[in-house]
Write a protein that binds this ligand. Structure first.
Ligand code: ADP
Ligand code: MG
Length: 698
């Protein structure tokens, strides 16, 4: 057995009791677990604060001060030790509730010590509870000026496993195993990339001599984590390409050409053309395409999807388009059927509310190959939905779907169809390749010409009258207005009440016959929804009161004002999606964010980000920082993205760099057989075995 897998119990200074604690509290079972229990910060031992500089909102500080009095006060449960210390002319109280005797005996009046702790306010006075104490000893000036601080817990602290004692255990551990810390990268790489060795990095991350060493150690350890993951992803992708034959869609035929030359009402943007070319090249090959299309709201992704699906139909295959909401599926169906009206292409719609009788017929036709293009919602995923020869799948607004749902569409044919997932919630390239297993990325980075940026204004509830006047003015000049209420979870009663109250008060403010108001929410049946939606699309109603049911995709170019009520309750990408509903025509459009007065700092950041920028990529970046990638992507997959030290967002540069290195190594030595890659191969094999099975996602 490898020394590193030794149970933690057998480390000198641990034993059975402490080992139980380490297991339960910190999940440290083995030597290796302890080795990878990294400090979460370091105290700069050269930095001292003056007592006069302290305030209660500081985190941990270090002071040097003289003890002037020691007193034990109170009794039994309220018993405490108060130590007054002085530095220059300032006084500070230190207080202990535990270990009173011991502390009392170890401190001497009129002697200077170093104290370390977190200042807090008690009865209007600053004090520090349970500070750590250091003796000032010139000869003992530690080698390292950076003292590690380890994540610990209340329970561990009270049982003597303080950060400091954990640090001692790690010191002991490093003495025992130092010689056994093996290199995991190749010598060549280490030299070429100027990285510290693994051994030095592990020593330095626990006991750095200076910030420079610490920084280099962290970088190396992060790199290593990303590097092996990227190796794995690239290998999976390659083997998938070999394993799954794609449908070769090699001709562009009459459907595509007719649409492109005679029906398409405008020129494609250069970005749209480029992406279609990328897709064409991909589907011509005998390999399955797995592609993510990122493009800001309103960039025209739907057309790219339609043209791609027409290629499949030209090659006598079926295609399908899945949207996250019924409203959006309906709308795609309307637009696309209209576009294809003149051609002999059968387009059908399948959603949760398709009538049973119609559904039966539809499913039969689908299986018989009488339907060329199926548009729908999650309903497409049901096992009963069988295609005749599905070769191309589009998933719109994929951030609304989970990984498992996407995988389901994959299995709708013997060979998986080509998959195009579209999103207006862009994330950096390497990050998306990492999160979605592995896929190619296309980007539409250009909006159709003539769009005016939406003006975004943030108002509080007190500006209501002003807002109403603004709406009236806009309606007078012929515009249409969205007013959106939060209904995060459609079952939330309170939200529902707010929506209905909002609707009622809007009807009072905007009475018939001068104004027409529509309402759409999740509790309505789909016929009513469609009816209301259509009234708005046709311009019969001036105002659409809605929930986030209209968040994604909906396209009504004449609507030029988006008012978002309780805007603080929406996530950033939701706000951006909602704003994307306006600014689609040639009129100046507005987005009004209406919020309460008391906001959390995250909410403030979200709203001010919306005011500052219209750029989906920037918004996405802020959103990632606020929320983290797992939350955002609904890809909390079996620990695959759990890193010990690396962070997908904060360390995105290292991630890119690790990706490039992995590509380079595999290009030269795909099977890791070269002598120089022997270390990498040794680590990679068990790594890959552990992660087998996590591959056919996206
Ligand atoms: P999204 O990328 O948000 O899904 P859509 O596909 O809904 O955007 O397109 C938004 C609007 O822009 C639609 O009304 C569409 O017809 C229009 N559009 C798409 N491409 C172009 C283009 N090249 N020129 C002009 N208008 C376009
Ligand atoms: Mg869209």
């Amino acid at each position: 057995m490898h020394l590193l897998s030794t149970s933690i119990e057998y480390l000198k200074g641990v034993g059975p009791t402490r080992s139980e604690l380490l297991k339960n509290e910190l999940s440290i079972f083995t030597f290796e677990d302890l080795l990878y229990h990294f400090p979460f910060r370091y105290i700069d031992k050269t930095k001292f604060y003056k007592i006069s500089e302290l305030s209660h909102d500081m985190s941990y500080v270090q002071i040097k001060a003289k003890v002037i009095s020691i007193e034990e006060k109170g009794h039994k449960r309220s018993r405490r030790l108060i130590v007054r210390v002085q530095e220059d002319n300032s006084l500070l109280e230190l207080v202990w509730f535990k270990g009173i005797k011991w502390i009392h005996n170890s401190l001497k009046i009129n002697t200077e010590y170093i104290f370390f702790g977190k200042p807090s306010l008690y009865g209007g006075k600053l004090n520090i509870a349970h500070p750590e104490i250091d003796i000032i000893d010139q000869s003992n000036s530690a080698l390292s000026s950076l003292q590690p601080v380890y994540p610990s817990t209340e329970k561990l602290n009270s049982r003597g496993l303080t950060s400091r004692n954990i640090s001692k255990l790690i010191r002991t551990l490093l003495d025992v195993i130092e010689l056994q810390i093996e290199e995991t990268l190749s010598e060549l790489m280490i030299k070429r990339l100027n990285l510290p060795t693994r051994k030095k990095s592990l020593l330095d991350i626990h006991f750095p001599l200076n910030y420079r060493d610490l920084k280099r150690a962290k970088k190396r350890l992060k790199f290593e984590e990303f590097f092996f993951l990227q190796l794995h992803l690239i290998k999976i992708r390659k083997s998938r390409k070999i394993k799954f034959k794609g449908y070769s869609l090699n001709k562009i035929g009459p459907f595509f050409n007719h649409f492109y030359n005679n029906i398409l009402p405008f020129n494609l943007t250069n970005a749209q053309k480029r992406v279609i070319k990328e897709i064409r090249i991909d589907v011509k090959k005998n390999q399955q395409m797995n592609r993510l299309l990122q493009g800001d709201v309103g960039s025209g992704k739907t057309l790219v999807a339609l043209l791609s699906m027409l290629i499949a139909i030209d090659n006598n295959y079926q295609a399908c388009l899945m949207a996250p909401t019924e409203i959006l599926a309906q709308q795609h169906f309307d637009t696309i059927s209209k576009f294809l009206r003149e051609q002999n292409i059968t387009v059908e719609l399948l959603t949760g509310s398709t009538k049973n009788k119609d559904r039966k017929q539809l499913l039969q036709n689908l299986e018989d190959g009488n339907i060329n293009l199926l548009i729908g919602t999650h309903a497409l995923l049901e096992d009963k939905v069988l295609f005749n020869n599905l070769a191309f799948v589009v998933i719109d607004e994929q951030h609304r779907f989970g990984v498992a749902q996407r995988a389901k569409l994959w299995r709708k044919n013997i060979n998986p169809p080509h998959v195009l997932v579209m999103t207006a919630t862009p994330i950096p390239r390497t990050l998306s390749m990492t999160i979605y297993g592995d896929l190619d990325v296309s980007i539409i980075d250009e909006l159709p010409p003539g769009r005016k940026p939406v003006k975004t204004i943030w108002k509080t509830d007190s500006s209501r009258l002003q807002i109403i006047q603004f709406i009236k003015d806009q309606i007078k000049i012929g515009r249409q207005i969205y007013i959106v209420f939060p209904l995060i979870d459609e079952s939330e009663k309170l939200d529902y009440k707010n929506l209905i109250e909002g609707f009622n008060s809007i009807q009072r403010e905007f009475p018939l016959p001068d104004f027409q108001v529509s309402v759409v929410h999740g509790k309505m049946n789909s016929e009513d929804k469609e009816y209301e939606m259509n009234r708005f699309v046709k311009g019969t109603t001036n105002i659409m009161v809605a929930t986030t049911a209209i968040e994604v995709g909906v396209d009504v170019p004449n609507a030029s004002v988006m008012i978002i009520e309780s805007a603080e309750r929406f996530g950033l990408s939701q706000l951006h999606q909602l704003r994307g509903r306006v600014g689609r025509g040639s009129n100046q459009s507005y987005c009004l964010l209406v919020s309460g007065n008391k906001l959390s700092s995250h909410a403030k950041t979200r709203l001010s980000t919306m005011v500052e920028t219209n750029d989906g990529f920037k918004i996405s970046e802020v959103d990632l920082k606020l929320r983290g990638p797992g939350d955002m992507m609904s890809t909390k997959q079996s620990g695959i993205l759990d890193f010990k030290i690396a962070d997908l967002i904060a360390d995105s540069k290292i991630l890119d760099f690790a990706r490039k290195e992995a590509e380079k190594i595999l290009l030269e030595d795909f099977n890791l057989e070269k002598v120089e890659n022997i270390n990498i191969a040794r680590v990679y094999r068990p790594y890959a075995r552990k992660r087998l099975g996590w591959s056919s996602i996206s």
